[in-house]
Every structure is written in structure tokens, then in C-alpha cells.
Design a binder for this molecule. Structure first.
Ligand code: HEM
Length: 154
């Protein structure tokens, strides 16, 4: 299962990023251009939050079965001093949980707002903060700290 979930989690990362970037583009366009909040924007908001939640479920599952996390949890004293072990055992999960919580709150707040401009504004702000957190918490292949492939084959 680990060998399926890891490439899947890696792949879904691109969907998370693409959906967030598109939702943020729509949100700023609507907010600054004073556009009407359409059914399309509503669907964009919902799909973006859903993709983030799917990644959350895969991530949680991965957390439970990952040998890296298992090493971290069973050898905390040593693991916490090893960069890659600490990253997946502690830092990645913490930052991603914060980011997905912000997407969920932003999405729910936007839904409750009564004016179109307010909806777009809430989405723009909350989703932008989430995107920044997610971007900086991904183990990019070009990262000098914790590096993982951009595309992991199944
Ligand atoms: C938007 C949210 C997230 C994104 C974009 C993301 C992205 C990634 C990426 C790109 C990797 C490297 C995959 C590879 O080695 O090919 C990874 C690994 C991992 N992620 Fe996430 N992640 C997210 C959320 C989470 C969450 C919420 C959890 C835990 C609850 C989690 C747990 C893990 C674990 C345990 C690994 C490493 C597993 C291993 O190498 O054994 N992720 N993540």
C-alpha cells in the first residue's frame, strides 16, 4: 500500500497546487474587478477544498504506514535531530494541517458571506496564505534540505 500511496500523494500535490492557483486567480479577478460570484466560482471553491481534503486523507494514511515516520515515532530522541526524519515526522504534517485548516475555514467563510466582493476577498486572502504554506512545506526536488522527486512513478 505504501508504494501506491506515496506516488499518489506526490501526484495529487500537483492537483492541489493547480486548483489553488486557479481559485486564487478567480478570487483576485472577482474581488479587484468587482465581478459577480458565479456558479463556476462556487464550483471552483468547492473542488479546491475537496482536492485538499483528499490529499489530507492520503497524507494521514501515509503517515500511519510510512517507515520514515515509524522510525521518527519509535526513536524520537535520535529522529528529531535528523533533518529528513524530522521533516516527515513533524514539520510536513504540522504545516500541511495548518494550511488545509485555513483552506477549510476560508472556504466556509466565503460560503457564508452575503456579497460577491466579500466572498472573493475571503477566498483570495485565506487561499493565498494556504498556498504559501503548502509551497514552502513541499519537499521539492530542488530543495537543499529535504528533496523528493517532482514525479514519482507508480
Ligand atoms: C496540500 C497538502 C500536501 C502536499 C502538497 C503534500 C506533498 C507531499 C510530497 C510532494 C511528498 C513527497 C512524496 C514523494 O516522496 O514522492 C510528501 C510526502 C509525505 N507526506 Fe505530504 N503533502 C501534503 C499533506 C500531507 C499531510 C496532511 C500529511 C499527514 C497527515 C502528509 C504526510 C506525508 C508523509 C508521511 C510523507 C512521506 C512519506 C514517506 O516518504 O515515507 N502530507 N507530501
Amino acid at each position: 500500500m505504501y508504494l501506491i500511496l506515496l506516488p499518489l500523494h506526490s501526484l495529487v500535490r500537483w492537483l492541489v497546487l493547480l486548483s489553488l492557483v486557479f481559485a486564487i486567480y478567480r478570487a483576485y479577478r472577482g474581488w479587484l474587478g468587482k465581478k459577480a460570484y458565479t456558479e463556476f466560482d462556487e464550483r471552483t471553491r468547492m473542488i479546491t477544498a475537496t482536492i485538499a481534503h483528499i490529499q489530507l486523507v492520503i497524507g494521514l494514511w501515509l503517515y500511519v504506514i510510512s517507515p520514515i515516520v515509524s522510525y521518527f515515532l519509535h526513536n524520537f530522541k535520535e529522529g528529531v535531530h535528523e533533518r529528513v526524519i524530522r521533516f516527515f515526522g513533524m514539520e510536513h504534517i504540522t504545516m500541511m494541517l495548518i494550511a488545509i485548516t485555513l483552506i477549510t475555514i476560508g472556504s466556509a467563510k466565503a460560503k457564508r458571506k452575503t456579497t460577491d466582493t466579500e466572498r472573493f476577498k475571503i477566498m483570495a486572502i485565506w487561499f493565498t496564505i494556504s498556498l504559501l504554506i503548502i509551497f514552502f512545506s513541499i519537499p521539492w526536488s530542488f530543495s537543499p534540505l529535504t528533496s523528493r522527486p517532482l514525479f514519482r512513478p507508480f
